[in-house]
Write a protein that binds this ligand. Structure first.
Ligand code: DGY
Length: 321
């Protein structure tokens, strides 16, 4: 019998991550990649020392209480951890960790893709080409809008928000932001702080949501706040779908109050509000912010670093509970 800790890996992970997990742990892999429900997690936790999970598995209080007593830690392969009830984990003495930092650049890059996709009408143009509707050149057809000189308002100026700001500066944009607290000048790099997000909204051309989902941010972009935005403004969301009230955004995109949206995340995803699919002015992606091989490897390695620290008797770097 191996003396390595037994590690349950809940989803299929990149080859390099699984190889390291197999090298250092008695790893139980999920080769079929089926999603594990509450009862599966509880059942498969028997004899397991730690769980390497993804954001697709819900660690509710009920699941956490039902886990086998042998389970010492849950490391999530994600920066977001709404799927883990951290209060319940603390109560049970279960260590939980996440993977910050390593997906910052990929998610910021994706946010820029959303911005350019929305401003340059990428969905409409791409569809025309694929439908064989690429006709004569036209000086007036489906014109987008420049980003240079535009004001980008970032809601949530954490690691990802700041990386979006860095990139947007390269496009010649003026950066505004709202954050719970004002950043030091070295992190602000000239960005204009709005202590109240509602004061920022009328001043910007493009809003980028880059906050975690918390009781304060869920439902932030509602009808009242959209009304405060400039006509023809653009909304980007690479954070969490629940930050937007779908009825409000869809109505604003249908009426033309907002020119466009670039969205990578949706409330109740993957079962997104189907009305988004009918909107010409919505550039949509299926939650691919971290979907590069380098980033997914780094996420896995970071999760394993945390587990290695725990099993070496050390404090993990990214403890959330
Ligand atoms: C994260 O890591 O939180 C990404 O959004 C994937 O869930």
């Amino acid at each position: 019998m191996s003396d390595k800790p037994v590690l349950l890996v809940t989803r299929k992970l990149p080859d390099a991550v699984e190889a390291r997990a197999m090298r250092d742990y008695d790893a139980i892999l999920n080769t079929s990649d089926e999603q594990l429900r509450a009862a599966d997690l509880i059942e498969r936790s028997k004899g397991v020392d730690a769980i390497l999970t993804c954001s697709t598995e819900l660690f509710s209080a009920e699941v956490i209480e039902g886990l086998a007593p042998s389970v010492k830690a849950v490391a999530t392969f994600s920066v977001g951890y709404e799927h883990i009830d951290t209060a319940a984990a603390k109560k049970r003495g279960l260590i939980a960790t996440n993977t910050p930092d390593v997906l910052t650049d990929a998610t910021a890059d994706l946010t820029i893709l959303l911005m350019l996709g929305a401003t340059r009408r990428a969905f409409e143009w791409g569809r025309k080409l694929r439908n064989g509707e690429w006709g004569r050149w036209s000086a007036t057809e489906l014109l987008g809008t420049d980003v240079k000189g535009k004001r980008l308002g970032i809601y949530g100026m954490g690691r990802i928000g700041r990386a979006v700001a860095d990139r947007a500066r390269g496009f010649g944009m003026e950066i505004h932001y709202h954050n719970r607290s004002k950043l030091n000048a070295d992190l602000e790099v000239g960005a204009i702080y709005h202590a109240n997000a509602d004061d920022m909204l009328p001043q910007i051309d493009i809003l980028s949501l880059n906050c975690p989902a918390t009781p304060e941010t869920v439902g932030f972009l509602n009808t009242e706040r959209i009304a405060k935005m400039r006509d023809n403004a653009i909304v980007l969301n690479s954070a969490r779908g629940s930050v937007i009230v779908d009825d409000a955004l869809i109505e604003a995109l249908q009426s033309g109050k907002l020119a466009a949206a670039g969205l990578d995340v949706f409330d109740r995803e993957p079962k997104l509000d189907q009305r988004y699919l009918t909107l010409e002015n919505a550039f949509l992606m299926p939650h691919i912010g971290s979907a590069t091989i380098e980033t997914r490897n780094e996420m896995g390695f970071r999760a394993l670093d945390n587990l290695d620290a725990i099993f070496a008797g050390n404090e993990p770097g990214d403890r959330i509970a």
